[in-house]
Design a protein around this ligand. Structure first.
Ligand SMILES: Cc1cc2nc3c(=O)[nH]c(=O)nc-3n(C[C@H](O)[C@H](O)[C@H](O)COP(=O)(O)OP(=O)(O)OC[C@H]3O[C@@H](n4cnc5c(N)ncnc54)[C@H](O)[C@@H]3O)c2cc1C
Length: 495
């Protein structure tokens, strides 16, 4: 492999491009998607011509089924202030968006080894939940496990999220899960040999309405009871934490210095690498298409690469879980909702915490690479598996961000993308056994906080699966609660 760099922003070598070509990615856009070249600060200005020349020289034919890389706005780095000046009609729902493929992946990447005919545990979904569970099962000695993932490991919400991790929640269950998760994140590099860049700069919540202000105060008291050092702070104290922050219309703020942000992708890579080392099969580009069911048990999981007989199936397919559950005649109440997000050019470190205006769903933080990363929920967003990008989002986000931090108007947006929240009626997950289908276990419905819950939830789930001892989590958040109406609403949801 040649180590000559072809894209210095993203450390992509000539060898990486040749490797992409050998896997069947034969056009500029597909190579870009596969290697990440041209996605850094120069946005391809320095490397595009060199990659194009290399592709032309190697002369591969474009095989059928290669998806073109979908250009996402902005097509060139554009200042937030320009986006902020775009008109937004808040009375109408967002329409369309630059589309992204959903589930259409290049056949060239499909493994050509056969799927195992049988496994003790089949996990559907290679997002953070599925992989964290497989990892935790392996820690308990269970390695007869297969993870099935329709696309690549970061194709779902786990590869598209904001990386926020916080203990500031509205219910005891979520506070305790988040605390445990953050403890596990602190030792992730030691346990799994990969740096997830955890930075505990805190979460600063701002409230602009009385109702949200009271909620912050009530929840801060609950946090303190659980040993979380959240404090309600004044506008001046908030400005000391984030210089330049305007507090226009802000009634109160809460701050927990132990919350923080991480870089999401190494999470997936760390768990997956460990699983592979332990002999667990992680089958990417493998689409679950149905089930063989008899006598109240799933006997086989069907895929587009063949069937796998199994003892236990775990449904951890995030926003796709309802459509997969339907294949087993199970109705989940979850709804997918698009959430858009963007990142800017890198700046010197200036922003300690993740800041969120709870009323509007605006949030922003600074990554370890210096980029401002942020999003904003849209109350008009209809339910649906839509992962397209809109100008409306960049405009709304830019307006919201500049209202809180006016001096970032000149900062340029480099990329935007979208993913789907997997939303349940009470904002809590669906966990545990499926009524009437005993060996189908549910692990979905993590709304906008699955990333930070995964290490703790997966740890508990692996223990529960291995010992079969009662665990309140899998009882309380069972699917049955939606028919019995015993819902426990989580109210600290961003967006
Ligand atoms: C924009 C955005 C920002 C967010 N910010 C945060 C945050 O700051 N902090 C936080 O904790 N959480 C955040 N979240 C939420 C978090 O990303 C999710 O809760 C979490 O990643 C869910 O993980 P998962 O494994 O359940 O689902 P996913 O990561 O979506 O994984 C499910 C997988 O199932 C696969 N699949 C689907 N259908 C099939 C099939 N038929 N066969 C096989 N595989 C299939 C999909 O390809 C996918 O990879 C955010 C989400 C979004 C969209």
């Amino acid at each position: 492999m040649s180590k000559a760099l072809i894209c210095s922003c993203e450390d992509v070598t000539v060898g990486d491009v040749r490797h992409a070509l050998s896997r069947g990615y034969c056009d500029v856009e597909s190579v870009k998607r596969y290697t990440g070249f041209g996605t850094g600060i120069c946005q391809g200005k320095s490397c595009l011509a060199a990659v194009a020349a290399l592709i032309a020289k190697e002369g591969p034919l474009k095989p059928q089924g290669i998806q073109p890389f979908t250009p996402r706005p902005p097509v060139y780095p554009t200042e937030l202030s320009l986006f902020g000046s775009a008109p937004v009609d808040e009375s109408r729902p967002p329409v369309g968006g630059v589309p992204e493929e959903l589930g259409v992946f290049p056949p060239a990447l499909r493994p050509n080894t056969p799927l195992p005919a049988k496994a003790k545990v089949v996990i559907i979904g290679g997002g953070v939940m599925g992989l964290a569970l497989a990892y935790n099962l392996s820690l308990r000695g269970e390695t007869d496990v297969v993870v099935l993932e329709r696309g690549y490991l970061c194709a779902g919400a786990s590869g598209r999220n904001g990386g926020g991790v916080r203990m500031q929640w509205g219910t005891a269950a979520n506070i305790e899960l988040a605390k445990r998760s953050i403890d596990l994140m602190k030792q992730f590099a030691r346990d799994l040999g990969i740096n997830i860049w955890l930075r505990q700069g805190g979460y600063l919540f701002l409230a602009k309405t009385e109702a949200v202000a009271r909620r912050l105060e009530r929840n801060a008291a609950l946090h303190n009871k659980h040993g979380v050092p959240t404090r309600i702070i004044t506008a001046d104290a908030a400005r000391e934490i984030v210089p330049g922050l305007t507090m226009k219309g802000v009634l109160t703020a809460s701050f927990n210095p132990e919350d923080g942000v991480i870089f999401p992708w190494p999470f997936m890579w760390g768990y997956a690498q460990h699983c592979l080392k332990k002999g667990i099969k992680v089958e990417t580009f493998t689409h679950v298409t149905g089930f063989d069911i008899s006598n109240g048990q799933v006997r086989k999981v069907k895929t587009d690469r063949g069937d796998i007989a199994c003892d236990t199936v775990v449904l951890a397919a995030g926003a796709w879980s309802p459509e997969i559950a339907k294949l087993a005649d199970v109705k989940l109440p979850n709804e997918p909702h698009r959430h858009e997000i963007l990142s800017t050019e890198p700046l010197k470190p200036f922003l300690g915490p993740l800041v969120s205006v709870l009323d509007s769903g605006l949030y922003f933080s600074q990554s370890m690479r210096g980029e401002i990363v942020g999003g904003m929920g849209d109350p008009k967003e209809p339910a649906g598996l839509n992962m397209g990008s809109t100008l409306r989002f960049v405009a709304r986000f830019s307006q919201g961000l500049m209202e809180q931090l006016p001096n970032v108007g000149h900062v340029k947006v480099l990329r935007q993308w979208a993913g789907c929240y997997d939303v349940t009626p009470d904002n809590n997950p669906v966990l545990g056994r499926t009524p009437g289908l005993d060996n189908l276990l549910q692990m979905s419905g993590f709304v906008g906080h699955g990333f930070m819950m995964a290490p703790a939830v997966a740890e508990r789930m692996a223990a529960w699966m291995a010992t079969d001892e009662h665990d309140d989590l899998f009882h309380r958040f069972n699917l049955r609660r939606f028919s019995s109406g015993r819902l426990e609403r989580e109210d600290m949801i961003i967006g």
